[in-house]
Design a protein. Sequence first.
Length: 255
Amino acid sequence: MKGAKALVLEYLEQELLKNNNQGVETQAVAIALGMQRPNVSTILNQLVKEGILVKGSSFIDALSTLDTVALENPLDFPAIIGENGSLSTAIQLAQAAILYPNYALPVLVLSEIGSGRTYFVDKMMEFALQNHAVEQPHLFQKINCLDYLDALDDLLHLLFGSDTSASVFEKIAEGILFIDNIHILPLADQNRLISWLNHREKEQKRHQKKGLVIIGSDAKISDHFSNKFPVVIQLPSYVNRPISEKLELLNYFFS
């Protein structure tokens, strides 16, 4: 199965050949391939940086060459069930976010309960460490918001800091931060989280800090929240996995 990056490039080659290199809008690519616009934008920006595409103000103007481009990634994502099947697109997006030039992009991972979100994120973190995508690999913190259902104020102080302590985004700026089940936060605090992520990204650009932030949520999070992320990964539920992957998963858990 082709990855997301290869699918986007193949679609662009076809469309630009049809319209004589007159350009393709990002939204058109997203609709045609059934992908979220932020994910398409991330892939397009990566292709632009690689010199494969020429970008206009809101659309892709042209391929720098209409020859077939081999998309090879010499850095392997850790082995995981579904890597060549239902998780192929998710892995491509994770790789693109983590290997983004100069600093990793923040990632939102969406899934239903029991879909292996924590396991997939563990593989993302392993990939980031193997490829030196973080400045200080010893810095790591995982925060499960469900552990703070009866202590929301403690969670907010941990996330955003207080008069006497820095935010977790500042403490783990050059490490790996995984915040799971963010959907339990009220909308106002979700917006605060976005503001902190925006501030963190500006600091990364200014100081070239290499760190990784992964946010986990159930699939019911609002579009208002998910659209703020440059990379959104939607994991398939167990029910929607191919039968071959279900059998592999059963063998894995009961072996």
